[in-house]
Design a protein around this ligand. Structure first.
Ligand code: SF4
Length: 232
């Protein structure tokens, strides 16, 4: 079945689901072929807690770009232990990709993301039909119209169980589950990527305003859709 038909079929059955119920359903529909991806960023704990409630053995894919905050690396270890995640898979750019990327974020952020994120992720996701992520409509930009089940440009089924969640629901999940916060959240970081391309935001700014601030770039490139959602 191609990815369009697979997305149609899943939407036909699971369109009304979100959160843990959606994760459990797609994991059951694609056993051994379902993974989650996480940056272990500001709100990652909510998605990963739901994944762990379903099955702590679901692989969690993590891209170490070589330019992450030390706090993110430490949080990855802390959070994985706290949730009991037993299969966190880390992929890094190859030495050749790192050499080519160097400080490319200064002049060509898309090229830098391609070398440090997109290419390594393509290697890591091989073997999976479904990748679960933590994207949400409340993050704005191209995520405004996000659906819970989409067709990725890479031919993978993209599932976003928190797509329709409000900020209040996210915050409540942290409270109810006593989830640890990323250390940089206390310093005003609400969306956290690589250190050269991330800054803290003011309370009145959009959540992702601190990502590639001052440029038109809003996404790293690993979440591109194969075709416009409306076609499916
Ligand atoms: S977020 Fe910045 S440093 Fe990280 S891969 Fe993209 S351009 Fe490079």
């Amino acid at each position: 079945m191609n990815v369009f038909d697979a997305v149609k079929a899943l939407r036909g059955v699971y369109a009304g689901l979100d959160g843990r119920d959606l994760i459990a359903s797609v994991a059951a529909a694609y056993p051994g072929r379902t993974a989650a991806i996480s940056s272990f960023g500001a709100e990652a704990a909510v998605l990963l807690d739901l994944v762990a409630q379903v099955d702590t053995a679901i692989p969690v894919l993590f891209i170490d770009t070589g330019e992450l905050f030390d706090e993110t690396q430490a949080y990855r270890v802390t959070l994985a232990q706290r949730l009991g995640l037993i299969d966190v898979r880390i992929v890094r750019p190859s030495p050749a990709e790192l050499a080519e990327a160097n400080e490319l974020w200064l002049t060509d952020a898309d090229g830098c993301c391609n070398l440090r994120k997109v290419r390594p992720f393509e290697r890591l996701r091989t073997g999976f039909d479904v990748v679960i992520d933590g994207r949400k409509r409340i993050h704005g930009g191209k995520r405004d119209a996000l659906q819970t089940i989409e067709a990725g440009e890479d031919g993978v089924i993209k599932v976003s169980p928190l797509a329709t969640w409000s900020q209040e629901r996210i915050d409540a999940a942290f409270e109810e589950r006593s989830l640890p916060r990323h250390p940089l959240v206390a310093q005003g970081y609400r969306s956290i990527g690589c250190w050269p391309c991330t800054r803290a935001v003011r309370p009145d700014e959009p959540i992702r305003a601190g990502r590639w601030a001052g440029s038109a770039k809003t996404e790293c490139g690993i979440h591109r859709l194969l075709i416009p959602d409306a076609v499916i």
